[in-house]
Design a binder for this molecule. Structure first.
Ligand SMILES: [Zn+2]
Length: 735
């Protein structure tokens, strides 16, 4: 249908006047028809077959940072960008990346056991027996050689230690063993260290991540008894990136902080293990039976400990500096070359990484190839497209963070938005991002068909939420909603530095929910596993390319950049209302709990044979003054509405002037001094939680001060957030 490509894109003005689309209008476009033609040409060049071939190619060997495979994959990506016509370069950083020299885990005493610490090759999985696999370990564990009793700490979260305190069990001087899940992995050793533990083991319990979830690999997609989740335990909520170069880029010759002094590294040895290796350790536990909610799926009764036998954990790492290769590809904009639309996915993996990150990377390459085909017709994007493939994401977002730190000033001036993806698979659209982009992602989700059902990806996601919602009211509300519920950004992928450090509006996009498995960060995240269980036929690879590609092309081509701050106002207002309500509930809860303590209810109700300690009275929750934020929100609402009004009629020079300024509006929300105790994080609305890791905390300064019951800091943070919302409102008024 679109054979005569060259002509259709160049008469956009005429087309705009003569086409009157009865279907969907795209926010920010005077001429939706022309954009639709660009997008349907783009779609016609996407190939599921090629997505599959690229996944196979890029996951064909282990390719972590500094490996032979890592360089091979970076070169392959650069080659494909180049042959699609992109101006491509490989940018090298020198990054600290420790790999293990010694890993010993054994138990001696009543139980004598030496842990395997190895995932076996499977005949059903072609790449599982390759050389050059990284061993099973947690990157950024400290060196250590410790001998101690073991204590089981459930998921290792702060509340689990409150439960331990009730049992009168202390982890000081002990090694703890925690289950994977319920938090980002790095939180577990951090909380253990805060409580005085001298070592930490993290294991995958079969109930959550093994035969309790479904058939195990290779019979099914779930974790077999030997599978181990590798992963970074850098305390990324302090700052991500190379720990030895905080706030500046790890280029050749950059000064380095000694890793023993780095603020975001823990001081205790930490090791991830399989349930095969965890079982004998847990079975050796003495002490009380674990609370019901703590017990997992192993075939014995779980006890809290301490263990009868002693655990010996010895870990040593090489702490080497290694080269990392970011691939950066550009197509210069024809009208606004200094406005950059940036797209990225990482290319490094823990091992073969067919799902994480290759499935997202293959979709990004597919977009680049299709955009290259558009360019061959003579078309040029109005704004500059910058497509990136990051290295060293897995160890703490290092490739993207170092690039953003090096180019912070340029990005603050030129970056219109950053669009991220990572692992991808069968299921429902999941998108998080800057809330001024809610309209954009809603529009896009209504213009793409779900590969399995043929309805739009918007409808399918909405149907999924509505059927899963727990209350009738929620179901009704979801069914009536016409806007995509864009999530807020925490951490865990390469968008973090863009949004949270330099205030570039960002999106994170992927499909999932029907692609469950236990392969994450193990040798079994392979092409064989992926093509069988994650996205058979690679059709969701194409859906991701359509979604992220449209985001890039609408941002590059829009007449009026699609930032709508009325949507941001609405979302932030919701967050503040929720905070106000949560403080009220907290006050009520503390009052009732204190009454229970004072009336000795806990002591009277407790099983006398269990000897549980009763809780003590806590400080009452004071009344807090949220009026500065509420007033700022009113001001923002007016400013945002007025701007939408102006944008609806603006044209020519006036519109160009608004566009040139509107994409930097998000920077008004940055706080000069950043968040308390973690100044790298500057955004006042979104941050990863101090005790959740990947999980987002919205209005983090205020929310976390409340959670920590630090009332003076709460008030100070309310003032900070109000100031940033006022700055945004004032800025919008100048447009
Ligand atoms: Zn990833």
């Amino acid at each position: 249908m679109l054979r005569q490509k060259n002509t259709i894109f160049f008469c956009s003005v005429l087309l705009g006047l003569s086409f009157n689309s009865i279907a969907q209008q795209f926010t920010g476009f005077k001429n939706t028809e022309n954009q639709k033609k660009i997008e349907s040409f783009f779609d016609s060049k996407l190939s599921a077959k090629r997505v599959g071939e690229n996944i196979k190619l890029m996951s064909s060997i282990p390719h972590h940072i500094g490996s032979v495979g890592g360089k091979f994959v970076a070169d392959e990506i650069a080659k494909q960008f180049k042959s699609a016509g992109w101006d491509t370069k490989i940018v090298t950083y020198q990054l600290l990346f420790p790999t293990p020299i010694t890993r010993i885990l054994e138990m001696k005493g009543a139980t004598n056991f030496k842990a395997l610490l190895k995932e076996p090759a499977l005949k059903e999985d072609a790449t599982s027996g390759q050389a050059d696999q990284l061993p099973t370990y947690n990157c950024w564990s400290a060196d250590g050689d410790v001998n101690a009793e073991l204590v089981f700490v459930n998921y290792g979260l702060p509340e689990d230690y409150e439960t331990l305190a009730k049992f009168g069990i202390d982890v000081k001087g002990k090694i703890v063993i925690a289950k994977y899940g319920r938090s980002w992995r790095g939180i577990k050793p951090k909380v253990a260290q805060e409580h005085g533990a001298i070592g930490c083991l993290i294991y995958s319990d079969p109930q959550d991540d093994g035969y309790g979830a479904g058939d195990v690999y290779p019979k099914g997609p779930f974790k077999n008894e030997f599978g181990v989740q590798r992963g970074s335990i850098m305390d990324m909520v302090i700052y991500p990136g190379d720990p030895s170069t905080p706030n500046y880029a790890s280029i050749e010759g950059a000064p380095r902080v000694d890793h023993n002094e780095a603020e975001n590294l823990l001081k205790i040895p930490v090791l991830p293990i399989s349930y095969h290796d965890a079982a004998p350790l847990l079975q050796d536990m003495a002490g009380p039976v674990a609370p019901k909610a703590w017990r997992g799926g192993l075939p014995f009764t779980y006890h809290i400990g301490p263990s009868k036998s002693k655990v010996h954990l010895k870990l040593n790492f090489d702490w080497k500096i290694r080269p990392a290769y970011n691939v950066i590809a550009m197509i210069q904009g024809s009208q606004f070359p200094d406005q950059w639309v940036i797209r990225g996915n990482h290319h490094d993996a823990w091992v073969n990484g067919a799902n994480d990150p290759v499935s997202g990377m293959a979709a990004e390459l597919e977009e680049a190839i299709a955009i290259g085909e558009l360019v061959k017709t003579g078309w040029r994007p109005k704004r500059t497209l910058v497509y990136c493939a990051w290295d060293a994401e897995e160890q703490g977002l290092m490739g993207s963070v170092e690039w953003v730190e090096e180019h912070a000033a340029t990005l603050k001036a030129k970056a219109v938005a950053y669009i991220n993806s990572d692992g991808n698979g069968r299921g429902f659209l999941s998108a998080e991002g800057s809330h001024a982009l809610t309209g954009l992602i809603t529009d896009i989700s209504k213009s793409i068909k779900d590969p399995q059902t043929g309805v739009t990806i918007f409808e399918r996601q909405r149907a999924n939420r509505a059927t899963e919602a727990s209350t009738l009211a929620a179901k009704k509300e979801i069914l009536n909603s016409n806007s995509y519920p864009l999530g807020a950004m925490g951490s865990g992928s390469d968008y973090s530095s863009f949004i949270q450090h330099v205030g570039v509006p960002s999106l994170n996009i992927g499909f999932g929910g029907e692609n469950e498995g236990g392969e994450y960060h193990s040798i079994y995240d392979s092409y064989d596993h992926y093509s069988k269980y994650k996205d058979p036929g690679f059709v969701y690879g194409v859906a991701l390319a359509q979604t992220a590609g449209r985001a890039a092309l609408r941002l590059s081509e829009a007449d009026a950049l699609p930032f709508d701050f009325t949507a941001l106002h609405k979302t932030v207002k919701g967050y503040i209302n929720e905070l106000v309500a949560s403080v009220e509930q907290m006050r009520e809860r503390v009052k009732v709990e204190n009454e229970l303590v004072n009336s000795r209810a806990y002591a009277i109700a407790a099983d006398p044979t269990e000897n549980l300690l009763s809780p003590t009275v806590v400080e009452d929750v004071p009344y807090l003054d949220f009026t500065p934020v509420l007033n700022a929100l009113t001001k923002l609402e007016k400013a945002a509405q007025a701007l939408e009004q102006i944008k609806s009629t603006a044209e020519g020079q006036k519109l160009a002037a608004i566009n040139a300024k509107i994409y930097t509006a998000e920077q008004s929300l940055l706080m000069t001094n950043g968040l308390p105790r973690r100044p790298w994080y500057k955004h006042s609305l979104y941050a990863p939680g101090f005790y959740t890791g990947y999980g987002v905390k919205t209005i983090p300064g205020v929310r976390e001060a409340i959670e920590q019951k630090n009332w003076s800091e709460t008030s100070a943070q309310i003032t900070e957030v109000a100031a940033s919302i006022n700055r945004l409102a004032n800025y919008l008024e100048t447009l």
